[in-house]
Design a protein around this ligand. Structure first.
Ligand code: FE2
Length: 431
């Protein structure tokens, strides 16, 4: 089987940059300015920072007569690269009212024009690699733009919609029989990105591919649903310390958490389409690692005759996903911008919704693979320095661009994170 030729990089560049602008198009200048919490960034900052990445890592190194668009932007829109220099404090990004949105958009256009000149000429492989990294970086920020603006709009008592209406599902939704387990024999397996020119882009944290021993295990056929999770909440799950890790119980009590983020009274849920009724068959979403783990413990107590449930490891997840297709998954391109019930059909022997809908928490700490080497230079700070105190999530979400996802992809967040499109698929040991 031959893979179709990839489009020229200059074309992919224009597509990805255009997609970012399209995400910001429904927003006002005020929407783009406000920072609703320290973890989230203003949309204007995302628009500028993704541009800064190309200006700093590509133009500055490869343009003959490089001059910065604005010398102050080097610090203002540097996120965390100490190898580049100082950074404006993250929690104060929303206080930067100038440059205004128009100047940030002009910054984008100026850098795009200069990038097009570079990419239209014959260029070195090293330049192409940096540009490709910049485009995958930009796609990560596209997802963050949606999660950050969702949090911002959720703070408004009017519950405004980012986009007007939920598009209808592409296929009839499945009946509730999508539950059950898919079993795997385990043994010595390989995980990680294979590398090489034909395998496509991967972040350094997905490499090297390596062997991993798995005990026999089973994965749930679908992620935990809203209906499943409602039973946990109705059973007093948030008031019972038996189900919670100590840090999770502390979070529940100190933050007065009683339900997943964005749940509202009367079975409603705040979404990017405003308030919607919760769909009991759609995946539960905006769960922290603590909430995912507590649900697994509670579920096990409700099913005393069965092996206890737990979160999958990232190796178990990747082994199961290795042969799965991304086609038909609910990524950002569907426009749903919300996890959906699974489509009808699908093989009984395969898990559904591994890709898209919700990121799935794993029990794996975000750590280097055996033999891992970070990229050289300042871009080595991209992933390596975050390999502590975080857990790996897999599979992408309804806010992830389809071309950004693959089986070996490792996302990561601290255990208390709730504003991402994160959910959970249960696993358990066999025999
Ligand atoms: Fe970034």
């Amino acid at each position: 089987m031959t893979t179709p030729p990839r489009p020229p990089l200059v074309v992919t560049y224009a597509e990805v940059r255009g997609a970012t602008r399209a995400l910001a198009a429904p927003l006002s200048e005020a929407d783009c300015q406000v920072q609703s919490m320290p973890d989230a960034s203003p949309i204007k900052w995302h628009l500028a920072h993704t541009t800064w990445f190309f200006e700093t890592f590509v133009l500055e190194r490869h343009e003959r007569a490089f001059a910065p668009f604005h010398p102050a932007f080097r610090v203002l829109f540097n996120s965390y690269y100490n190898g580049i220099g100082e950074q404006h404090p993250r929690p104060q990004r929303g206080l930067v009212t100038r440059p205004g949105l128009a100047e940030v958009l002009a910054y984008r256009e100026a850098v795009d024009r200069r990038m097009a000149v570079l990419l239209d000429r014959p260029h070195a492989a090293a330049l192409a690699q940096l540009v490709t990294l910049g485009l995958h970086h930009e796609q990560q920020h596209q997802e963050l733009m949606l999660t950050d603006v969702k949090h911002l709009l959720s703070c408004n008592p009017l519950a405004p919609a980012y986009a007007s209406a939920l598009p209808p599902p592409a296929q009839p939704v499945a009946a509730a029989d999508a539950s059950g387990w898919v079993e795997y024999g385990g043994g010595l397996v390989e995980i990680g990105h294979p590398g090489g020119d034909d395998a496509g882009f991967a972040f350094d944290n997905e490499t090297p591919r390596h062997r991993h021993y798995l005990r026999p295990y089973a994965l749930a056929r679908r992620p935990v649903t809203q209906g499943d999770y409602e039973a946990f909440v109705a059973d007093g799950g948030y008031a019972d310390p038996r189900w919670w890790l100590a840090a999770g119980w502390d979070a529940v009590r100190t933050q007065r958490i009683e339900a997943p983020m964005y749940w509202r009274d009367g079975g409603a849920l705040f979404t990017l389409h405003g308030l919607q009724a919760r769909d009991p068959q759609a995946p539960a979403v905006h769960l922290s690692y603590y909430e995912a783990e507590a649900y697994a413990r509670w579920w096990s107590a409700q099913h005393p005759g069965q092996p206890p449930a737990r979160l999958p490891t990232e190796a178990e997840w990747e082994h199961a996903a290795a042969g799965a297709t991304l086609a038909g998954a609910n990524f950002v391109e569907t426009g749903a911008l919300h996890p959906r019930a699974p489509a009808d059909g699908g093989a009984l022997g395969a898990p559904r919704q591994l890709f898209g809908d919700v990121w799935e928490w794993t029990s794996s700490s975000y750590a280097p693979y055996p033999g891992y080497q970070a990229w050289e230079g300042a871009v080595g700070e991209y992933n390596a320095k975050f390999m502590v105190d975080q857990y790996v999530l897999r599979g992408g979400s309804c806010a992830t661009p389809a071309s950004h996802m693959r089986a070996s992809y490792r996302n990561f967040f601290p255990a208390g994170t709730r504003w991402q499109f994160s959910g959970v698929r249960l696993a358990r040991d066999l025999a």
